[in-house]
Ligand binder design. Structure first.
Ligand SMILES: Cc1cc2nc3c(=O)[nH]c(=O)nc-3n(C[C@H](O)[C@H](O)[C@H](O)COP(=O)(O)O)c2cc1C
Length: 340
């Protein structure tokens, strides 16, 4: 019941609350594309298509891990899955711990039936590996959605601000390593909006993760979300003090790319539109993830979700066209992104 009400609060606060970073930005505003006044391309020929973890996607777009465990979460997950299938995108579900503890809630996550061709990610907080979770629970979560991979999220700050959060992160890298070698699907790691440094990425790659989602600072602040939920004045103050804590998304991408030129890399955290997304790709990301913007559209209606996705695709196409690039690999080689 406790986890379910937390999931409900998260959705509500992310829809209505003031939960954005205040001063820390993604850093993407420090970059600008060089406009091409003569692209020598037909816009209709622009190709957004990409392949990630062996799966073909119509565009490098990820609906970031968010929710599950309540009736509203189920509606949102099912709408998101329908869109992931329709546009052939990637999608993550939120932490599935709630359903391991209450198996009757598993159907709030079972989106494969709606998205047979999408790249789907299962999800668990890595810290749960220190609280009784192991290969069996992870396998069950993967099976519920016939997931292509498992995302482990790393959220030390969120756990510090959350009332009775799970804060024993000791020895986790060894457990992640074991899981990477025993789980039959690939393991991906992500943060939740505070970013992953180059040094941490190096450790995680050595432990065996196949891809990293930076989930950097500049968008949804989970210190703020948990601070808003807390009743204890100490937890509330922690949420305020650490509201702007984290590594900006752009810095995570460039840092990780400098030490790991080929690791499949997802950029997320504070991306607002296709121009932000294209900048992240030009900096070296392979996939771009959006959480709260998809949540807001999905909560409104399926139609709003389709419109939001079409806008993102049109923005990505327009960046490629107006920089004179027929596809993203050309964009990454083009040097058309400049630092201001
Ligand atoms: C309502 C909501 C619930 C979330 N729950 C999870 C979760 O269970 N697991 C996870 O890995 N990330 C979760 N996230 C974090 C997002 O995946 C993402 O990393 C973060 O919100 C930053 O992206 P944004 O700025 O686009 O919102 C959640 C985000 C939202 C908005």
């Amino acid at each position: 019941m406790e986890i379910q009400s937390r999931k409900a609060d998260h959705i509500q606060l992310c829809l209505t609350g003031d939960v954005e970073f205040q001063q820390t930005t993604t850093g993407l505003e420090q970059y600008r594309f060089i406009h091409s006044c003569l692209p020598e391309l037909d816009r209709d020929d622009i190709d957004l298509h990409t392949v990630f973890l062996g799966k073909s996607l119509s565009a490098p777009l990820l609906i970031s891990s968010m929710t599950g465990g309540t009736e509203l979460a189920k509606t949102i997950n099912y709408r998101l899955a329908e869109v992931a299938q329709h546009f052939r995108l990637a999608m993550g579900v939120g932490s599935q711990r709630v359903a391991v503890e209450n198996p009757h809630l598993a159907d709030t996550f079972t989106v494969r039936k709606l998205a047979p061709n999408a790249l789907l990610f299962a999800n668990l907080g890595a810290v749960q590996l220190n609280y009784g979770y192991g290969i069996d629970e992870c396998q069950r979560m993967v099976d519920w959605l016939t997931a292509d991979a498992l995302i482990l999220h790393l959220n030390p700050l969120q756990e510090c601000v959350q009332t009775k959060g799970d804060t024993n992160f000791k020895g986790l890298i060894a457990k992640i390593n074991q899981l990477c070698h025993r789980l039959p699907v690939p393991v991906v790691v992500k943060e939740v909006g505070n970013g992953i440094s180059a040094g941490m990425a190096q450790l995680l790659i050595e432990a065996g993760v196949v891809a990293i989602d930076v989930a950097g600072a500049g968008g949804t602040s989970w210190a703020k979300v948990e601070g808003e939920r807390a009743t204890d004045p100490i937890q509330r103050q922690l949420g305020e003090t650490f509201a702007d804590w984290g590594i900006p998304t752009a810095e995570c991408i460039t840092g990780i790319r400098s030490i790991a030129p080929t690791i499949p890399l997802i950029a997320s955290g504070g991306l607002k539109n296709g121009v932000d997304g294209a900048k992240a790709i030009a900096l070296g990301a392979n996939l771009i993830g959006f959480a709260r913007p998809f949540l807001q559209a999905a909560h409104t209606s399926t139609e709003a979700l389709h419109i939001f996705t079409k806008i993102l695709l049109a923005e990505l196409t327009t960046v490629l066209f107006c920089t004179g690039n027929p596809n993203f690999s050309s964009l990454q080689k083009s040097n058309c992104l400049v630092r201001l």
